[in-house]
Design a protein around this ligand. Structure first.
Ligand SMILES: [Zn+2]
Length: 234
């Protein structure tokens, strides 16, 4: 075989390799937020992109309303999202029930938790109610109450727990009131205003299983070809 033909074949092989590689890479998720879905697979979200919450500050600290309103603002102020949380005044209700009245109140949170959000939705995934209970027997600081409330309002978006240093991490750390990019991506995914979603989802391509199999087969093929080429001295 003359040198020129070999080179040409080698170039075709390389071109083929890249063509195959391009078809077997899948974009991976470059984010870790988790949305909520119904058993039928519908996305759970507010249908009107606006949710009004009433607050019962009884048994809460003096700064309760300030922290809770700041927590609502933390989500509302995401520029790429349409969802707006509004403070609708006070309430004397202190029960988590599906009554179309979204409330935040202080009480006895489930054991081991200092806050708990519960949301209800209709069969298509439209949220009908979201209520947040905040532990009354906890020594709150103004900022940590905002941290915790921001996390709970995240469950009302609704976002599920996520990994990493994010507001929606199951463990609510000091500073959770500052949304991470992942939290911003989550609310944007659900209520995209058309300003940030596409930029937020530039994934890193990773090889899928078919790609991995083809890659290994091709690598073996090239190895066998080269061994033969050396042995046959062509
Ligand atoms: Zn949580």
């Amino acid at each position: 075989m003359n040198k020129y033909i070999w080179k040409k074949r080698m170039l075709s092989a390389i071109a083929l390799f890249f063509a195959i590689a391009a078809s077997v890479f899948s974009p991976s998720r470059a984010y870790s937020f988790n949305i909520e879905t119904t058993s039928g697979g519908d996305t759970v979200k507010w249908s009107s992109s606006a949710a009004t919450f009433l607050v019962n500050t009884t048994n809460g600290p003096s700064f309760a309303l300030t922290s809770i309103q700041s927590a609502m603002d933390n989500w509302t102020s995401v520029a790429s999202s349409n969802l707006v949380y509004t403070y609708g005044g006070s309430t004397s209700n202190s029960e988590q029930t599906n009554n179309s009245e979204n409330i935040v109140f202080f009480g006895d949170a489930p054991s081991g938790f200092v806050g708990w959000a519960t949301f209800w939705y209709e069969s298509g995934g439209a949220i009908s109610d979201c209520d947040i209970i905040i532990e009354e027997d906890f020594t709150w600081t103004e900022t940590y109450l905002e941290d915790l409330a921001t996390h709970e309002f995240g469950h009302c978006v609704p976002l599920a727990h996520a990994s990493g240093s994010v507001t929606m991490n199951a463990t609510v750390s000091a500073g959770a009131r500052f949304l991470a990019q992942d939290d911003v991506d989550g609310i944007t995914f659900l209520y995209d205003k058309g300003t940030g979603y596409s930029e937020a989802f530039v994934g890193v391509p990773t090889m899928n299983e078919w790609g991995m199999m083809l890659f290994i087969s091709l690598a073996c093929g090239i190895a066998v070809y080269n061994i033969r080429r050396v042995n046959d001295s062509f």
